[in-house]
Design a protein around this ligand. Structure first.
Ligand SMILES: Cc1ncc(COP(=O)(O)O)c(C=O)c1O
Length: 428
């Protein structure tokens, strides 16, 4: 039998097979990563050793400013002190007592989420966004089939949406390029055109139980739902007792300049799903609804071994307390307005290169006329800025919400300098 811990046996077989944990060499770790991890992400050739708030450092000591927040999961920044100390305290006591017992942080976090949303009376905790979406779809189906008929299980979602990678969430993610690789998907999903109420009306029928929507489509391109559309959607749902599920996994927790994006539409969801930034970097997702809907879940209907573990929930409580103490939402709104106006100046200055700037709060995108996104990301890294694309034409800006004016200037100077070069070289 192979002894995994017999270094002599395992390491001496190949002289280059160094201990990855002890290495401080980015390119060695990167190459070992390529060898041992499944090829599901287009990894950048850079490995970070540590991070604090909006900054990260690689193993070579270079300091980078983050405009991505790890796909929007670090609204309070990396390794925020409040989150770290809450975690340290919690994990030294109990990490996961098992879901047949309540834990103090789990109950505390659920109570805070209900109070913050106002409409929420019960919470189910999952480990991720996709799991929270799946759970919400199950809750909606259970509510509807309990109350009406077993055929009333159809769900409507929107073209260009993104709700996650599990089969339930993927079945709701109406993007051909993501779905076609894994067919057959779950049955009972119909798709409508975003911001088009007539399109929704053509797919609603007697078997519709829920409509699932992101207020701003994130992965789909930073497409902002308009106010009239959201109001009409809410009215349609109310009229037909269809549950409106709002996916705020990316837009939630201050990202768009209000605590939740639905607030700026003057509507409330029947079911809200959140994840990402709730955990301050720890894995967590949550489904929030009122008692009338949540009573469809009873013991045995839904669950998760790790969902709502005490460590992630303690981090969540620390995140939300940090929000309150530091007025993170206000900073998101103010700095978001500043970034938007600076990006608009760049758009005006380079009309041959920039097609459009769009978004809300600190969820913004710059679309280019040519497929320059990869090049801009690479140049960004050379200038110690971490950027992210949502297509070959579009860069998305999702910085931690605690970012400051100086960081914004660095980004704008970089974009100005880069697009000036593009202009000179005729890249328009
Ligand atoms: C709106 C939205 N819903 C769901 C998800 C899936 O979340 P997770 O990656 O945590 O499963 C994402 C992830 O990007 C998202 O942006």
């Amino acid at each position: 039998m192979i002894n995994l811990y017999d270094k002599k046996n395992n390491i001496d077989k190949n002289k280059n097979n160094k201990d990855v944990c002890k290495s401080t060499n980015s390119s060695y770790i990167y190459n070992e990563g390529l060898k041992y991890l499944m090829n599901t992400y287009a990894r950048q050739e850079i490995v970070f050793e540590k991070a604090k708030m909006q900054y990260l450092w690689d193993f070579e000591g270079n300091k980078y400013t983050d405009f991505t927040s790890g796909y929007g999961c670090l609204n309070v920044g990396h390794t925020n002190d409040a989150v770290v100390s809450a975690l340290k305290e919690q994990i030294s006591k109990i990490i996961q007592p098992s879901n047949i017992y309540f834990s103090k942080p789990q109950v505390e976090l659920a109570k805070i989420l209900c109070n913050l949303t106002g409409f929420g009376e019960k919470v189910f905790f999952a480990n991720s966004g996709a799991e929270a979406v799946d759970g919400a779809l199950k809750l909606a189906r259970k509510y509807s089939t309990d109350k009406y008929a077993k055929e009333r299980y159809e769900i409507i979602s929107f073209y260009n949406s993104f709700h996650g990678r599990t089969f339930g969430a993927l079945s709701a993610t109406a993007q051909e390029k993501k779905q076609s690789l894994f067919e057959p998907l779950l049955k009972g999903f119909r798709y409508a055109v975003f911001n088009d109420i007539d399109s929704v009306k053509t797919v609603v029928n007697d078997n519709t139980c829920a409509i699932l929507i992101e207020p701003i489509q994130g992965e789909g391109g930073i497409n902002v739902a308009n106010k009239t559309f959201m109001k009409e959607l809410k009215n349609l749902c109310a009229e037909k007792d269809i549950l409106l599920i709002i996916d705020e996994i990316q837009t939630g927790f201050g990202r768009t300049g209000t605590l939740f994006a639905y607030e700026s539409y003057d509507i409330i969801p029947d079911i809200l799903v959140v994840a990402k930034s709730l955990g301050g970097g720890m894995p967590i997702g949550a489904i929030i609804s009122n008692n009338n809907i949540s009573k469809s879940f009873v013991p045995g209907t839904h669950g998760s071994t790790f969902g709502g573990n005490a460590a992630s929930c303690a981090a969540g409580v620390a995140v939300l307390n940090y929000f309150k103490k530091n007025d993170v939402v206000k900073n998101s709104k103010n700095i978001g307005n500043l970034l938007l106006s600076e990006l608009e100046k760049i758009e005006k200055k380079y009309p041959g290169i920039v097609k459009e700037v769009r978004g809300m709060g600190l969820m913004l995108a710059m679309e280019f006329k040519n497929s320059v996104a990869n090049q801009i990301i690479k140049l960004g890294l050379d200038n110690f800025l971490i950027l992210n694309k949502i297509s070959d034409f579009t860069i998305r800006f999702l910085p931690p919400l605690i970012i400051n004016k100086k960081d914004i200037s660095k980004l704008i100077d970089f974009l100005d300098k880069t697009l000036k070069e593009f202009n000179k070289n005729g890249k328009n």
